[in-house]
Design a binder for this molecule. Structure first.
Ligand code: MRU
Length: 349
């Protein structure tokens, strides 16, 4: 099941809010529909958001071309499109990474350029971003599987699978590859409150692939570890700072603390596009806070008293000292992360 498809100039987004009960694609013919789909988590997961936004830029650019008198006006209008898409979700850096890459394409054209050619090049770049994501995830999967030389059970949190990316997934990509090599006994999937990405998406994805999966509520993870039911944790990431601090779905930090207490390796699988080399530590990562209704209700039914105060951060930051290794397409990084990350991104210092 593809999270997104680009077909004849239309972006099809699998509506993940309906899973696992219904498989339905949203047909995005304008960038506002894409922005709304990202905001509402109809498309979600850092790499998938990035790819969707890239196609959103293409749709916005096509509309901008209709009313723009020249290249300067066209560029200004595309900047408005980019700004709208950037306002949708603040934490996953892939969104900003993909938009920056798309705007970089526009910058390469002179003011007297043919706008039609600029749009064609934007479309080509969005397609490349999507294709690269699949290739990168294949490498992450292979690199991660090397960590497992005998069969293990693995716990994961949220959904870092094919649904969260263009294909294969990051954490679930590693799990898929490790399973194909005969080294996955079972996956324990945290349900991932409040929006249940683990229950609705990860359990569904793994069942489709016939990978043994046991669903647990988030508060069961510690006991599952204590009972020796898992030998590793693998999660995805939304943004990784220079020092290796990792922002990921709320609850990831708790899992990392539990893993440390139980001497279980805690792995993060993420593409290089998830690294934010402009920030030194996780303290600078903006954490999205979402609507209180997500905590107060499920599927429109109240699960808490009306009027209660709610705190609803969508992500948390796991400090790098709790991270055993970061699995990327460029290899498996271990502490000290800043040294490795600076080397990979060719940064000084
Ligand atoms: O709020 P979501 O569902 O977009 O959060 C997704 C996650 O936290 C994923 O773990 C992360 O984006 C990595 S996806 C490969």
């Amino acid at each position: 099941m593809k999270s997104l498809k680009w077909e004849k100039g239309i972006l099809l987004l699998l509506d993940q809010t309906l899973l696992p009960n219904k498989i339905d694609y949203i047909y995005c013919q304008d960038y506002m529909t894409v922005a709304e789909a990202i905001r509402r988590l109809q498309v979600r997961g850092a790499p998938a958001i990035g790819a969707a936004a890239a196609f959103g830029i293409v749709l916005g650019a096509k509309a901008a071309a209709i009313s723009a008198a020249n290249v300067i006006e066209f560029r200004d209008k595309v900047l408005v499109v980019a700004d709208t898409l950037q306002q949708t979700r603040p934490t996953a850096v892939n969104l900003f990474w993909a938009i920056k890459r798309m705007l970089g394409i526009l910058d390469k054209f002179e003011d007297g350029s043919d706008i039609g050619k600029m749009i064609a090049r934007l479309e080509q770049e969005a397609v490349i971003i999507a294709q690269e994501d699949e290739q990168v995830n294949r490498k992450i999967s292979k690199n991660g599987a090397l960590l497992f030389t005998k069969p293990v059970s693995i716990l994961t949190h949220c959904n870092a699978g094919a649904l969260a990316t263009v294909a294969l997934g990051t954490a679930l990509g590693v799990i898929r590859e490790t399973h194909s090599q005969g080294n996955v006994l079972r996956v324990y999937a945290d349900e991932t409150r409040p929006l249940l990405q683990g229950a609705r998406l990860t359990a569904w994805e793994l069942m489709q692939e016939k990978i043994p999966v046991t669903l647990i509520t988030d508060n069961m993870a510690g006991w599952v570890m204590k009972k020796g039911l898992v030998q590793a944790v693998i999660v995805g990431a939304d943004r990784i700072a220079l020092n290796g601090d990792v922002a990921n779905k709320i609850g990831t930090y708790s899992v990392a603390v539990l893993a440390k207490e139980h001497n279980i390796p805690f792995y993060v699988a993420a593409p290089l596009s998830t690294f934010d080399i402009t920030i030194n530590s996780g303290d600078s990562i903006p954490i999205e806070e979402r609507d209180r209704s997500e905590v107060l209700q499920y599927a429109g039914i109240n699960t808490a008293p009306e009027g209660v105060t709610v705190f609803n951060p969508a992500f948390d930051v796991t400090p790098s000292n709790l991270v055993t290794a970061i699995i990327t397409e460029a290899g498996v990084f271990q502490a000290p992360y800043d040294v490795k990350i600076r080397q990979i991104f060719q940064l000084k210092g």
